[in-house]
Design a protein around this ligand. Structure first.
Ligand SMILES: [Zn+2]
Length: 103
């Protein structure tokens, strides 16, 4: 059932992207995320970005996860306990620190 719903949603999105020229694809969306957060999209790009965001749950979740990872990364980077977002599992912070060590 779940698989069926996902397939249908993918079909619908594909349909929209083909027939609504202003739509951007999920791949383009990902490319826009960094610029969007930096406030570097022009107004037209931002409009397209935000309309995709409204229609696409996957990208909303992607953006949220992305923002969250930036917050955590920044907090770990500055080693400021106050800046660590609430409810972040300690294992995750340890994993990030571990990953930095290996850079
Ligand atoms: Zn999307």
């Amino acid at each position: 059932m779940k698989q069926h719903q996902t397939g249908w949603w993918h079909w619908l999105k594909g349909f929209m992207f083909r027939h609504i020229p202003a739509m951007i694809s999920c791949r383009e969306f990902e490319n826009f995320v960094i610029d969007y957060l930096d406030g570097e999209l022009n107004s037209r790009q931002q409009q397209r970005f935000e309309s995709h965001l409204r229609m696409c749950r996957e990208c909303r979740e992607y953006l949220q996860a992305y923002k969250r990872s930036i917050d955590i990364d920044r907090a770990v980077c500055t080693m400021d306990d106050e800046a660590v977002p609430e409810n972040v599992p300690e294992e995750l912070i340890r994993a990030i620190l571990e990953a930095r060590k290996n850079d």
